[in-house]
Design a protein around this ligand. Structure first.
Ligand code: MG
Length: 266
């Protein structure tokens, strides 16, 4: 099931989006794909209001409102190597504030104080129920689904400061979407990041140093995870700079493509 959040002329709603190709071979939107309004919230077994819209007539927003975004650093060996570091024995976690979250097609805004801002394509885990000290064998039970994420990073701020908060936390630095796929086995799916159509990162989640159950167990031992919270699982090799006017796309097999333009602050 695809779960999303939309803005329509009637307001903002959580929706279930029909399966199938969103774009026809002609490049036109598929008029058969509709977004069905969910009553209340998307957790558990959703119920529906009966209202629906053609997906092409609404705007997709970030698919979830997270109370927190937890990120795993250096979770692919080839990325740890390109950053000049060892692959850590245990998961290294950091956080992005919820104010970093934006949806598909929304602009990543370059902070005027940063000289080098990078994309980092990542698989995002969306939590579906409150979770504390979850064991690895029960970890997938607390997952609502998966979406695409971009852990946008001001690399110069990250290297200037002793820790990563400033470099990771600028507004718009956590694009999420286009929707949450709830039926995905995310243990070995392709993940690809393209800049201006040129593929820059191309890997598989099977290469995660710490897999999804391990990450959920590790993070939930530290902090209570709430429904809607998001865990970014790390980025593979191939990170690089983005500039105003460019388009960055994160594609994950079985989910879809998250597209975001890059802009200077107005
Ligand atoms: Mg990252």
């Amino acid at each position: 099931m695809r779960l999303g959040r939309i803005a329509s002329t009637s307001g903002v709603a959580f929706v279930k989006i029909d399966d199938g190709e969103v774009t026809l071979p002609s490049g036109q939107p598929n008029p058969e794909i509709r977004a069905h309004e969910i009553k209340d919230h998307p957790f558990g077994e959703p119920t529906f209001t009966g209202r629906s819209w053609p997906l092409a007539d609404v705007r997709l927003l970030a698919p979830i409102l997270a109370s927190k975004v937890i990120c795993i650093g250096k979770n692919y060996a080839d990325h740890a190597a390109e950053m000049g570091s060892e692959a850590p024995a245990d998961p290294v976690i950091f956080m992005k504030p919820s104010t970093t979250i934006i949806g598909p097609e929304a602009a990543i805004v370059l902070p005027p104080t940063a000289t080098e801002v990078h994309y980092e394509g990542e698989l995002a885990v969306v939590i579906g129920r409150p979770a504390k000290s979850v064991s690895e064998d029960k970890a997938l039970d607390v997952v609502l689904g998966y979406t695409c994420a971009n852990d946008v990073t001001a690399r110069d701020h990250q290297s200037h400061d002793v820790q990563w908060t400033r470099g990771k936390s600028h507004d718009t630095f956590c694009p999420l979407g286009p929707w949450i796929e709830t039926d995905l086995d995310a243990s070995d799916v392709g993940i690809r990041t393209a800049l201006e159509g040129a593929v820059k990162q191309d890997s598989r989640t099977a290469l995660l140093l710490h897999d999804i159950p391990k990450i959920i167990a590790w993070v939930s031992e530290v902090m209570t995870l709430l429904p809607g919270d998001v865990i970014l699982t790390g980025t593979p090799a191939g990170v690089g700079p983005i500039h105003a006017g460019e388009m960055v796309e994160v594609t994950i097999e079985g989910i879809g493509t998250l597209r975001n333009p890059v802009a200077n602050r107005a």
